[in-house]
Design a protein around this ligand. Structure first.
Ligand SMILES: *Cc1c(COP(=O)(O)O)cnc(C)c1O
Length: 387
């Protein structure tokens, strides 16, 4: 299906709302029936239509159709955060005694789900260096129910061979889940590569304006219905109509924003790679990236997020550099209009800074919608601070 059609037309039923171009926000908690028999039918299968907005809602449904189609998936559920999408992709598919194989260092709250929550219910997780596909295969046991992936990782951009892992898992009846927040379906479609559930934090590129927190799951209808029928309705963590509307608005300009950000990012990276204070740039579609070939084989773009390793003896100077930048804000997240930085050392005490540890010298950067020169001039001026 054409991406322009999906974004501009699919799921919209304008004749039903005065031919308005922008869809209405159906801010209603409940929906009335014409007969008790109709109500009875809906009670039997809430996934078949509107009953109560903790379940389905018409504004959210427009968004679901578009996001499913963008991923080449049968169906989609949208949540009140990426973290709740992650939680809801895992919990329905494990019971006490089961085992999960996960990539090393997935998103923080996925790790907390495995380490702090699921361990309470005797579900164990093995973390593997999933850049090496055999490590994933070797870690799978009789009781492995899920292989959890994040490709690329949002700090070091480690990539997994999604096709090979999906095929291996299918043969063994293991569910594969992949966090695709980095690439979005515009640049990578895990479902088409054979993955069962694709996750996105819609807070990032889909929202695109740093004003909404949301998460997306796509996959087969049977899988999403299973999630909906219990965990989605039980936790009540579905997206609210107004936030769904903000995501619809974000979607309209998604390809245009990504295109622009991708172009600017290449310019910023070209500048950084030549700079004497920069030891290394980590970006999946950079020729020098370790897994460049694999990245090219499953991603068609990489957009605005990357990390740099700077040449610093002094952690304090990395902090000063970040604080001196005028055009990059110090903040978590990414995908909005504004450029951002996070030094890895924000996660440790400054007294523990060890210049021999590459990770301590890592700065994650996000390029937003600003002009390349505007960002590069600021970087040029302030990189000198690092020593
Ligand atoms: C931000 C993020 C999430 C969590 O999404 P929220 O919308 O913040 O809950 C999950 N995965 C990755 C890779 C992310 O960057």
């Amino acid at each position: 299906m054409d991406i322009s059609f999906i974004i501009n037309e699919l799921g919209e039923d304008r004749e039903n709302y005065y031919n308005a171009i922008a869809p209405p926000i159906i801010q209603s908690s409940n929906f009335a029936f014409n007969s008790v028999e109709e109500m009875r039918t809906r009670f039997k299968d809430e996934y078949s239509g509107f009953l109560y907005s903790r379940g389905l809602n018409p504004t959210v449904d427009i968004l679901r159709k578009k996001l499913a189609a963008l991923d080449g998936a049968e169906d989609c559920l949208v949540f009140n955060s990426g973290a709740s999408a992650i939680f809801s992709s895992i919990v329905p598919f494990v019971s006490s005694g089961d085992h999960i194989v996960s990539v090393k260092n997935p998103y923080t709250w996925a790790q907390k789900c495995f380490n702090l929550f699921l361990t309470r219910y005797q579900v164990t997780t093995s973390y593997v260096d999933a850049r090496i596909t055999e490590e994933v295969f070797d870690a799978c046991k009789e009781n492995t129910k899920i292989i959890y992936l994040e490709s690329p990782n949002s700090w070091d951009f480690a990539i997994q061979d999604l096709r090979a892992i999906a095929q291996f898992a299918k043969e063994r009846g293991i569910m594969t889940i992949c966090d695709n927040s980095f690439a979005t379906p515009i640049y990578q479609r895990p479902i088409e590569l054979g993955i069962d559930i694709s996750i996105q934090s819609a807070t990032k590129y889909i929202g695109g304006h740093s004003d909404v927190v949301a998460g997306v799951l796509t996959g087969k209808k049977s899988i999403l219905k299973q999630i909906f029928d219990l965990e989605y309705l039980l936790a009540g963590n579905g997206i609210q109509p107004f936030n769904a509307w903000l995501l619809l608005r974000g979607l309209r300009s998604l390809p245009a924003r990504l295109e622009r950000i991708s172009r600017t990012t290449v310019q910023v990276i070209d500048f950084l790679k030549k700079h004497p204070k920069v030891e290394k740039v980590l970006f999946p579609l950079d020729d020098d990236f370790d897994q460049f070939k694999l990245a090219k084989s499953q991603m068609s773009g990489a957009c605005g997020l990357f990390s740099i390793i700077v040449k610093a003896e002094n952690g304090d100077s990395i902090e000063k550099f970040c604080e001196s930048l005028k055009t990059f804000l110090i903040a978590v997240s990414w995908g909005g209009h504004e450029s951002l930085v996070i030094p890895r050392l924000a996660g440790i005490d400054l007294k523990d800074f060890d210049s021999n540890n590459q990770e301590h010298r890592m700065i994650r950067m996000y390029v937003g919608l600003e002009d390349a020169d505007y960002l590069i001039n600021d970087l040029r001026k302030n990189l000198e601070i690092i020593h």
